[in-house]
Design a protein around this ligand. Structure first.
Ligand code: FMN
Length: 316
Protein backbone atom coordinates (compact mmCIF):
# COMPACT_ATOMS: atom_id res chain seq x y z
CA UNK A 1 0.00 0.00 0.00
CA UNK A 2 1.23 3.45 -0.83
CA UNK A 3 0.94 5.97 2.00
CA UNK A 4 0.85 9.66 1.19
CA UNK A 5 0.77 12.90 3.17
CA UNK A 6 -2.32 15.02 2.55
CA UNK A 7 -1.95 18.70 1.75
CA UNK A 8 -2.90 20.95 4.67
CA UNK A 9 -2.81 24.62 3.86
CA UNK A 10 -1.14 26.56 6.68
CA UNK A 11 0.45 23.40 8.11
CA UNK A 12 2.32 21.23 5.61
CA UNK A 13 4.45 23.86 3.91
CA UNK A 14 8.01 23.11 2.85
CA UNK A 15 9.49 23.50 6.34
CA UNK A 16 7.13 20.86 7.69
CA UNK A 17 7.52 18.49 4.72
CA UNK A 18 11.33 18.57 4.71
CA UNK A 19 11.61 18.03 8.45
CA UNK A 20 8.99 15.32 8.51
CA UNK A 21 10.80 13.42 5.78
CA UNK A 22 14.11 13.77 7.64
CA UNK A 23 12.89 12.89 11.14
CA UNK A 24 10.16 10.34 10.56
CA UNK A 25 9.23 9.65 6.93
CA UNK A 26 7.22 6.55 6.14
CA UNK A 27 5.15 8.28 3.47
CA UNK A 28 6.07 7.82 -0.15
CA UNK A 29 4.63 11.05 -1.35
CA UNK A 30 3.88 14.53 -0.04
CA UNK A 31 1.09 16.60 -1.61
CA UNK A 32 1.61 20.34 -1.42
CA UNK A 33 -1.15 22.64 -0.18
CA UNK A 34 -3.14 24.22 -2.99
CA UNK A 35 -1.85 26.88 -5.31
CA UNK A 36 -4.67 29.11 -6.54
CA UNK A 37 -4.81 29.58 -10.28
CA UNK A 38 -6.81 32.22 -12.08
CA UNK A 39 -6.28 34.51 -14.98
CA UNK A 40 -3.23 36.30 -13.61
CA UNK A 41 -0.59 33.88 -15.00
CA UNK A 42 1.54 34.43 -11.94
CA UNK A 43 2.25 32.75 -8.63
CA UNK A 44 2.20 34.69 -5.40
CA UNK A 45 5.57 35.02 -3.63
CA UNK A 46 4.23 32.81 -0.83
CA UNK A 47 3.24 30.06 -3.28
CA UNK A 48 6.58 30.30 -5.07
CA UNK A 49 8.46 29.99 -1.77
CA UNK A 50 6.60 26.76 -1.07
CA UNK A 51 7.15 24.90 -4.33
CA UNK A 52 10.46 26.31 -5.57
CA UNK A 53 13.02 23.51 -5.94
CA UNK A 54 15.55 25.29 -3.66
CA UNK A 55 13.17 24.84 -0.72
CA UNK A 56 12.21 21.26 -1.42
CA UNK A 57 14.38 18.28 -0.74
CA UNK A 58 14.20 15.61 -3.41
CA UNK A 59 11.50 12.98 -3.23
CA UNK A 60 8.02 12.38 -4.49
CA UNK A 61 6.26 15.73 -4.27
CA UNK A 62 2.99 16.61 -5.94
CA UNK A 63 1.82 20.19 -6.33
CA UNK A 64 -1.90 20.86 -6.16
CA UNK A 65 -3.85 23.43 -8.14
CA UNK A 66 -7.17 24.99 -7.21
CA UNK A 67 -9.29 27.00 -9.63
CA UNK A 68 -11.88 26.89 -12.38
CA UNK A 69 -10.00 28.57 -15.20
CA UNK A 70 -8.67 25.85 -17.52
CA UNK A 71 -6.13 28.11 -19.25
CA UNK A 72 -4.77 29.20 -15.87
CA UNK A 73 -4.51 25.56 -14.82
CA UNK A 74 -2.67 24.64 -18.03
CA UNK A 75 -0.27 27.55 -17.63
CA UNK A 76 0.49 26.68 -13.99
CA UNK A 77 0.84 22.94 -14.70
CA UNK A 78 3.37 23.69 -17.45
CA UNK A 79 5.35 26.03 -15.20
CA UNK A 80 5.46 23.37 -12.48
CA UNK A 81 6.44 20.65 -14.93
CA UNK A 82 9.27 22.86 -16.20
CA UNK A 83 10.57 22.88 -12.61
CA UNK A 84 10.62 19.07 -12.56
CA UNK A 85 7.25 18.18 -11.04
CA UNK A 86 5.52 15.35 -12.86
CA UNK A 87 2.09 14.71 -11.43
CA UNK A 88 -0.24 17.63 -10.84
CA UNK A 89 -3.17 17.26 -8.47
CA UNK A 90 -6.45 19.11 -8.94
CA UNK A 91 -8.42 20.18 -5.86
CA UNK A 92 -12.15 19.46 -6.05
CA UNK A 93 -12.61 19.11 -2.32
CA UNK A 94 -11.89 22.38 -0.53
CA UNK A 95 -15.02 23.19 1.53
CA UNK A 96 -14.07 26.73 2.58
CA UNK A 97 -16.86 29.25 1.95
CA UNK A 98 -14.58 31.78 0.28
CA UNK A 99 -13.42 29.09 -2.18
CA UNK A 100 -16.77 27.41 -2.92
CA UNK A 101 -18.57 30.77 -3.33
CA UNK A 102 -16.33 31.35 -6.36
CA UNK A 103 -17.21 27.94 -7.80
CA UNK A 104 -13.82 26.48 -6.93
CA UNK A 105 -12.79 23.45 -4.88
CA UNK A 106 -15.90 21.54 -3.78
CA UNK A 107 -17.92 24.46 -5.24
CA UNK A 108 -16.95 23.27 -8.74
CA UNK A 109 -18.86 20.02 -8.09
CA UNK A 110 -22.16 21.93 -8.40
CA UNK A 111 -21.39 22.99 -11.98
CA UNK A 112 -21.10 19.76 -13.97
CA UNK A 113 -21.24 21.34 -17.43
CA UNK A 114 -18.44 23.79 -16.58
CA UNK A 115 -16.46 21.04 -14.91
CA UNK A 116 -16.78 18.87 -18.01
CA UNK A 117 -15.54 21.68 -20.26
CA UNK A 118 -12.66 22.27 -17.84
CA UNK A 119 -11.63 18.62 -17.74
CA UNK A 120 -11.96 18.29 -21.54
CA UNK A 121 -9.63 21.22 -21.98
CA UNK A 122 -6.96 20.29 -19.46
CA UNK A 123 -6.81 16.62 -20.40
CA UNK A 124 -6.52 17.43 -24.10
CA UNK A 125 -3.91 20.17 -23.61
CA UNK A 126 -1.65 18.55 -21.04
CA UNK A 127 0.47 15.48 -21.19
CA UNK A 128 1.62 13.70 -18.07
CA UNK A 129 -0.25 12.54 -15.00
CA UNK A 130 -3.09 14.55 -13.47
CA UNK A 131 -4.74 13.28 -10.32
CA UNK A 132 -7.87 14.62 -8.64
CA UNK A 133 -8.75 14.99 -4.99
CA UNK A 134 -12.52 15.10 -4.63
CA UNK A 135 -15.41 14.93 -2.21
CA UNK A 136 -18.56 12.91 -2.88
CA UNK A 137 -20.54 15.98 -3.77
CA UNK A 138 -21.65 19.34 -2.45
CA UNK A 139 -24.84 18.62 -0.51
CA UNK A 140 -25.48 14.87 -0.74
CA UNK A 141 -23.49 11.74 -1.60
CA UNK A 142 -26.07 10.81 -4.27
CA UNK A 143 -24.38 13.46 -6.43
CA UNK A 144 -21.38 11.21 -6.82
CA UNK A 145 -22.71 8.78 -9.42
CA UNK A 146 -23.01 11.56 -12.01
CA UNK A 147 -19.62 12.96 -11.00
CA UNK A 148 -18.05 9.54 -11.32
CA UNK A 149 -19.53 9.12 -14.79
CA UNK A 150 -17.73 12.32 -15.68
CA UNK A 151 -14.43 11.34 -14.02
CA UNK A 152 -14.56 7.96 -15.77
CA UNK A 153 -14.24 9.71 -19.12
CA UNK A 154 -10.71 10.95 -18.38
CA UNK A 155 -7.40 9.18 -17.75
CA UNK A 156 -7.07 10.41 -14.17
CA UNK A 157 -3.80 9.16 -12.66
CA UNK A 158 -5.56 8.65 -9.34
CA UNK A 159 -8.93 9.73 -8.00
CA UNK A 160 -8.40 10.45 -4.31
CA UNK A 161 -11.74 10.43 -2.56
CA UNK A 162 -12.48 12.09 0.75
CA UNK A 163 -15.83 10.45 1.47
CA UNK A 164 -17.69 13.44 2.76
CA UNK A 165 -19.73 16.10 0.98
CA UNK A 166 -18.90 19.78 1.17
CA UNK A 167 -21.69 20.46 3.65
CA UNK A 168 -20.08 17.96 6.04
CA UNK A 169 -16.86 20.02 6.12
CA UNK A 170 -14.80 17.69 8.35
CA UNK A 171 -17.64 16.87 10.74
CA UNK A 172 -19.66 13.65 10.97
CA UNK A 173 -18.52 10.15 10.12
CA UNK A 174 -16.89 9.41 6.78
CA UNK A 175 -19.39 7.89 4.35
CA UNK A 176 -17.90 4.45 3.79
CA UNK A 177 -20.86 2.97 1.91
CA UNK A 178 -20.66 5.73 -0.65
CA UNK A 179 -16.90 5.24 -0.91
CA UNK A 180 -17.44 1.54 -1.54
CA UNK A 181 -19.83 2.27 -4.42
CA UNK A 182 -17.42 4.82 -5.85
CA UNK A 183 -14.56 2.35 -5.75
CA UNK A 184 -16.63 -0.30 -7.46
CA UNK A 185 -17.57 1.95 -10.37
CA UNK A 186 -14.41 3.96 -10.92
CA UNK A 187 -12.42 3.20 -14.06
CA UNK A 188 -9.46 5.06 -12.62
CA UNK A 189 -7.27 4.06 -9.68
CA UNK A 190 -8.83 5.22 -6.40
CA UNK A 191 -7.07 6.50 -3.29
CA UNK A 192 -8.73 6.85 0.11
CA UNK A 193 -8.48 9.84 2.43
CA UNK A 194 -10.23 10.58 5.71
CA UNK A 195 -9.98 10.11 9.46
CA UNK A 196 -7.16 7.55 9.49
CA UNK A 197 -5.72 7.75 13.01
CA UNK A 198 -3.78 4.54 13.52
CA UNK A 199 -2.15 1.65 11.70
CA UNK A 200 -5.14 -0.48 12.58
CA UNK A 201 -7.47 2.07 10.92
CA UNK A 202 -5.28 1.79 7.82
CA UNK A 203 -5.30 -2.00 7.96
CA UNK A 204 -9.11 -2.00 8.24
CA UNK A 205 -9.50 0.17 5.13
CA UNK A 206 -6.98 -1.94 3.26
CA UNK A 207 -8.77 -5.15 4.23
CA UNK A 208 -12.19 -3.83 3.28
CA UNK A 209 -11.01 -2.21 0.03
CA UNK A 210 -8.04 -4.17 -1.31
CA UNK A 211 -8.15 -2.41 -4.68
CA UNK A 212 -7.48 1.03 -3.17
CA UNK A 213 -4.15 2.30 -4.54
CA UNK A 214 -3.14 4.65 -1.73
CA UNK A 215 -4.05 5.84 1.73
CA UNK A 216 -3.67 9.56 2.27
CA UNK A 217 -3.06 10.69 5.84
CA UNK A 218 -3.69 14.22 7.05
CA UNK A 219 -4.53 15.36 10.56
CA UNK A 220 -3.66 11.98 12.06
CA UNK A 221 -0.13 12.35 10.74
CA UNK A 222 0.20 15.91 12.05
CA UNK A 223 -1.01 14.69 15.42
CA UNK A 224 1.49 11.85 15.36
CA UNK A 225 4.36 12.47 12.97
CA UNK A 226 5.67 8.96 13.79
CA UNK A 227 2.34 7.43 12.66
CA UNK A 228 4.05 5.19 10.11
CA UNK A 229 7.30 4.76 12.06
CA UNK A 230 6.20 3.72 15.56
CA UNK A 231 9.74 2.63 16.38
CA UNK A 232 10.73 6.30 16.14
CA UNK A 233 7.95 7.52 18.45
CA UNK A 234 10.04 8.51 21.46
CA UNK A 235 9.64 11.64 23.55
CA UNK A 236 13.21 12.71 22.70
CA UNK A 237 12.73 12.38 18.99
CA UNK A 238 9.30 14.04 19.00
CA UNK A 239 10.57 16.92 21.09
CA UNK A 240 13.63 17.39 18.90
CA UNK A 241 11.36 17.39 15.82
CA UNK A 242 9.09 20.02 17.37
CA UNK A 243 12.10 22.17 18.20
CA UNK A 244 13.52 21.82 14.70
CA UNK A 245 10.12 22.77 13.30
CA UNK A 246 9.90 25.86 15.47
CA UNK A 247 13.43 26.89 14.50
CA UNK A 248 12.57 26.25 10.84
CA UNK A 249 9.59 28.60 11.11
CA UNK A 250 11.64 31.24 12.94
CA UNK A 251 14.08 31.20 10.05
CA UNK A 252 11.32 31.23 7.45
CA UNK A 253 9.32 34.07 9.03
CA UNK A 254 12.21 35.92 10.61
CA UNK A 255 10.24 36.40 13.84
CA UNK A 256 8.93 34.49 16.84
CA UNK A 257 5.35 35.64 16.63
CA UNK A 258 4.58 34.06 13.28
CA UNK A 259 6.63 30.99 14.14
CA UNK A 260 4.54 30.51 17.29
CA UNK A 261 1.33 31.02 15.35
CA UNK A 262 2.38 28.35 12.87
CA UNK A 263 3.34 25.99 15.70
CA UNK A 264 -0.10 26.49 17.24
CA UNK A 265 -1.65 25.14 14.02
CA UNK A 266 0.52 22.06 14.45
CA UNK A 267 -0.21 21.73 18.16
CA UNK A 268 -3.97 21.92 17.50
CA UNK A 269 -3.62 18.32 16.27
CA UNK A 270 -0.34 17.23 17.86
CA UNK A 271 -1.53 17.73 21.46
CA UNK A 272 -3.83 14.72 20.99
CA UNK A 273 -0.83 12.42 20.98
CA UNK A 274 -0.52 13.20 24.70
CA UNK A 275 -2.82 12.07 27.44
CA UNK A 276 -4.66 14.79 29.32
CA UNK A 277 -3.33 17.68 27.24
CA UNK A 278 -6.39 19.97 27.47
CA UNK A 279 -4.98 22.36 30.08
CA UNK A 280 -1.66 22.76 28.37
CA UNK A 281 -3.37 23.08 24.98
CA UNK A 282 -5.28 26.05 26.38
CA UNK A 283 -2.06 27.57 27.68
CA UNK A 284 -0.42 27.11 24.27
CA UNK A 285 -3.38 28.73 22.51
CA UNK A 286 -2.97 31.89 24.61
CA UNK A 287 0.77 32.17 24.14
CA UNK A 288 2.37 34.77 21.90
CA UNK A 289 5.71 34.95 23.65
CA UNK A 290 8.75 32.77 22.98
CA UNK A 291 9.59 32.08 26.63
CA UNK A 292 6.01 31.13 27.46
CA UNK A 293 5.72 29.01 24.35
CA UNK A 294 8.90 27.06 25.11
CA UNK A 295 7.87 26.61 28.76
CA UNK A 296 4.48 25.18 27.76
CA UNK A 297 6.09 22.74 25.30
CA UNK A 298 8.66 21.69 27.93
CA UNK A 299 5.84 21.00 30.35
CA UNK A 300 3.97 18.90 27.80
CA UNK A 301 7.03 16.72 27.32
CA UNK A 302 7.89 16.64 31.02
CA UNK A 303 4.45 15.80 32.39
CA UNK A 304 2.13 14.21 29.84
CA UNK A 305 2.18 10.52 28.96
CA UNK A 306 2.51 9.68 25.28
CA UNK A 307 -0.33 7.75 23.71
CA UNK A 308 0.30 4.79 21.44
CA UNK A 309 -1.43 6.71 18.72
CA UNK A 310 -3.19 10.04 18.63
CA UNK A 311 -6.93 10.33 19.18
CA UNK A 312 -9.22 12.55 17.16
CA UNK A 313 -9.87 15.19 19.80
CA UNK A 314 -10.27 18.19 17.51
CA UNK A 315 -13.40 19.70 16.09
CA UNK A 316 -12.33 20.65 12.57
C1 FMN B 1 -6.19 23.07 8.03
C2 FMN B 1 -6.48 22.24 6.81
C3 FMN B 1 -5.95 22.62 5.58
C4 FMN B 1 -6.20 21.84 4.43
N1 FMN B 1 -5.66 22.22 3.22
C5 FMN B 1 -5.91 21.45 2.12
C6 FMN B 1 -5.33 21.77 0.85
O1 FMN B 1 -4.57 22.73 0.67
N2 FMN B 1 -5.64 20.96 -0.20
C7 FMN B 1 -6.46 19.86 -0.07
O2 FMN B 1 -6.70 19.15 -1.04
N3 FMN B 1 -6.98 19.54 1.12
C8 FMN B 1 -6.71 20.29 2.20
N4 FMN B 1 -7.22 19.91 3.41
C9 FMN B 1 -7.91 18.61 3.52
C10 FMN B 1 -6.91 17.49 3.87
O3 FMN B 1 -5.99 17.30 2.82
C11 FMN B 1 -7.65 16.17 4.13
O4 FMN B 1 -8.41 15.86 2.99
C12 FMN B 1 -8.56 16.25 5.34
O5 FMN B 1 -7.88 16.78 6.46
C13 FMN B 1 -9.15 14.87 5.67
O6 FMN B 1 -8.13 13.92 5.88
P1 FMN B 1 -7.65 13.53 7.39
O7 FMN B 1 -8.89 13.10 8.11
O8 FMN B 1 -6.64 12.46 7.20
O9 FMN B 1 -7.10 14.78 7.97
C14 FMN B 1 -6.99 20.67 4.55
C15 FMN B 1 -7.53 20.30 5.79
C16 FMN B 1 -7.27 21.06 6.91
C17 FMN B 1 -7.87 20.63 8.24
Amino acid sequence: MRYTFAPLEGVTGYVYRNLHRRWFGGVERYYMPFISVGQSRSFSPREWQDFCPEHNESGDLVPQLLGKDAEGFIWAARELRALGYREINFNLGCPSGTVTAKGKGAGFLTRPAELEAFLDRIFSALEGPISIKTRLGYAAPEEFSALLELYNRYPIAELIIHPRVRQDFYRCAVRMEAFEAALRHSRNPVGYNGDLMSLSDCAAVEARFPSVTSLMLGRGLIADPAFLRPEKRTRERLQAFDEALYEGYRTMFGNDRNAIMRMKEVWYYHIHLFEGGEKLAKRLRRTTDRVEYCAAVQEIYRTLPLREHAVQGWTG
